[in-house]
Design a protein around this ligand. Structure first.
Ligand code: HEM
Length: 391
């Protein structure tokens, strides 16, 4: 077998699959790669295999010897193994049972008018500011933070602080910084929990605190997991979604002509935005075989949902953004037992934003060339640094 391919793949265009990923994928759905920190891993790129393995409980996030396990990066939370190998499945089931009730369809329906009001306010400010403007700073960044703050009962005034910590925690290059960020975030969570115990509100942290058998440390950990997971990912999808609609011929206009397309447009944005080359990490708990390749227990397996979302066997002409195509089979929120708990919330935010943005700014366009935009490489979630627009 040839030498493992080095990650990250060189990205020649912010909106295209890296040429080396395309080549690698054509050679087989399971490939040997070397991660950014020099460890060897298996990259799985085929849609059928990624989907099947996401639902396979022989693979987990924990490792029996975490200090020796291969890593994707230096992030304390996502760079390597997570959790206790012996109790992983029970711990995970408990985490989901505590969090999922807060993201029920009933809760999400109740939240939609609030998301609409917050979006309308940000768009009023954007209109008052006038062109040119940075859509990232004006909308993609503040909206998910406003929403998650309201939902959790986290003071919006604290955003600069907790964002600095979540960004540090997601640093893929500097382990000490990542660990420090995580510790600060957890300390902040503990303070919030103490405050909510004294003075409960109508919010998720207060309800977690009031749940039988949930101690302060667990409530703080779960709350900060939501704060972490609940905004950065959505910020990225809002920015990339706007960029995809603005740069894909006819798509902005199509949405303007037929607002009924919004839910499907959101699925297509979710499918098309991630270009692969990373993926969801797993460690097989036993030896297994993927597409004829023997994978030893404990090896790092990267389930590349971005690459899977561009698998031509499932999505014809995958690099084309087409808001009318059947896109719902994408794996952007994962699949199976760990399917994203916040997916219903992210969908509400994306649907509200694209419905309102296109209707209010029918002539919006990019104010710079696509090649001038910078996609972040230092944090796990990627995303745009800014998104200059005119209308
Ligand atoms: C567009 C935005 C989002 C994307 C692309 C996204 C993506 C994902 C993915 C791929 C997973 C699965 C990870 C795995 O299999 O190991 C996941 C899990 C999770 N997400 Fe999201 N997410 C988004 C928004 C949110 C929001 C808004 C929240 C909460 C407010 C959230 C909370 C979670 C939680 C708690 C998990 C862990 C589930 C588990 O381990 O069982 N996410 N997310």
């Amino acid at each position: 077998m040839s030498a493992p391919t080095q990650l990250p793949f060189e990205q020649t265009h912010p909106l295209q699959v890296a040429p080396s990923l395309r080549t690698l994928r054509s050679e087989g759905t399971v490939q040997r790669v070397r991660t950014a920190v020099g460890d060897e891993a298996w990259l799985v790129t085929g849609h059928a295999e990624v989907r099947r393995l996401l639902a396979d409980d022989r693979l987990g996030r924990a490792h029996p010897a975490p200090e020796t396990a291969a890593r994707t990066g230096e992030s304390a939370l996502f760079g390597g193994p997570l959790g206790n190998f012996a109790t992983e499945q029970a711990d995970h089931a408990r985490m989901r049972s505590l969090l999922q009730p807060h993201f029920s369809p009933r809760h999400m329906r109740a939240l939609r008018p609030r998301v609409e009001a917050l979006t309308a306010r940000l768009l009023d400010e954007l209109a008052a500011h006038g062109p040119p403007a940075d859509l990232h700073a004006a909308l993609a960044l503040p909206l998910p933070i406003l929403v998650i703050c309201e939902l959790l009962g986290v003071p919006y005034e604290d955003r600069a602080q907790f964002r600095a910590w979540t960004q540090a925690a997601a640093d893929v290059r500097d382990r000490a910084r990542s660990e420090q960020g995580l510790a600060e975030l957890f300390g902040y969570g503990q303070k919030l929990v103490a405050h909510k115990r004294q003075d409960p509100g109508d919010d998720v942290i207060s309800r977690l605190c009031a749940t039988d058998g949930v101690y302060d440390a667990e409530a703080a950990m779960l709350s900060m997991a939501l704060l972490f997971a609940g905004h950065e990912t959505t910020v990225v999808q809002l920015g990339m979604g706007a960029l995809l609609l603005l740069t894909s011929p006819g798509q902005w206009q199509a949405l303007l002509n037929d607002p009924g397309l919004v839910p499907n447009a959101v699925e297509e944005i979710l499918r098309a935005a991630g270009k692969g080359g990373g993926g969801i990490p797993r460690y097989p708990r036993t030896d297994l075989e993927i597409d004829g390749v023997a994978i030893p227990a404990g090896d790092l397996v990267l389930l590349d949902n971005g690459a899977a979302n561009h698998d031509p066997a499932v999505f014809a002409n995958p690099e084309r953004v087409d808001i009318t195509r059947p896109a719902a089979a994408h794996l952007t929120f994962g699949h199976g037992a760990r399917y994203c708990i916040g997916a219903p919330l992210a969908r509400v935010e994306l649907q509200v934003v694209f419905a309102e943005l296109v209707a209010r700014f029918p002539t919006m366009r990019l104010a710079v060339g696509v090649q001038e935009l910078t996609v972040r490489r230092d944090v796990l979630t990627g995303g745009l640094v800014d998104l200059p627009v005119r209308w």
